[in-house]
Design a protein around this ligand. Structure first.
Ligand SMILES: [Zn+2]
Length: 64
């Protein structure tokens, strides 16, 4: 495996790291209740995933 010959300067390290950026998480709409949810996760408002019921929904106060 290739090994760096010299220590990278702090300036170079910091210049490279200055380009690191975060991206917004991918969201999808639930096919059952149309709520916005994270992809590859059960829906937080109805608990459905892949056409099946997996978890009890998290009830919040405004949902009644
Ligand atoms: Zn849902």
């Amino acid at each position: 495996m290739a090994v760096p010959k010299r220590k990278m300067s702090r300036s170079n390290t910091r210049a490279r790291r200055s380009q690191w950026k975060t991206t917004a998480a991918n969201t999808a709409t639930c096919p059952q209740c149309k709520a916005l949810k994270l992809q590859h996760t059960a829906c937080p408002s109805c608990g459905a995933y892949n056409g099946r019921q997996y978890v009890e929904a998290l009830r919040t106060e405004h949902e009644g």
